[in-house]
Design a protein around this ligand. Sequence first.
Ligand SMILES: [Zn+2]
Length: 78
Amino acid sequence: MDKNKYIELLEILCCPECKGDLEFVENYLYNENTNDELLKQIKGKEISGYKCNNCSLLFPIIEEIPVFLVDKAIKLNK
Ligand SMILES: [Zn+2]
């Protein structure tokens, strides 16, 4: 899926945690230690995803699939 498709999705998506607006982000380097099998796949990689500025969660796009699960979301430092 190309970048514009992801950006178009912003119109219909909202944060599953707080229902807030999301922002498309690119080139986020995920480098945290995790035991999560899904998140291990993106460790050390630059990823794209959807960021909620309200609750500072980043919902990663993994293998071209946006993962809108709160327990897979990356907690960002404010
Ligand atoms: Zn939120």
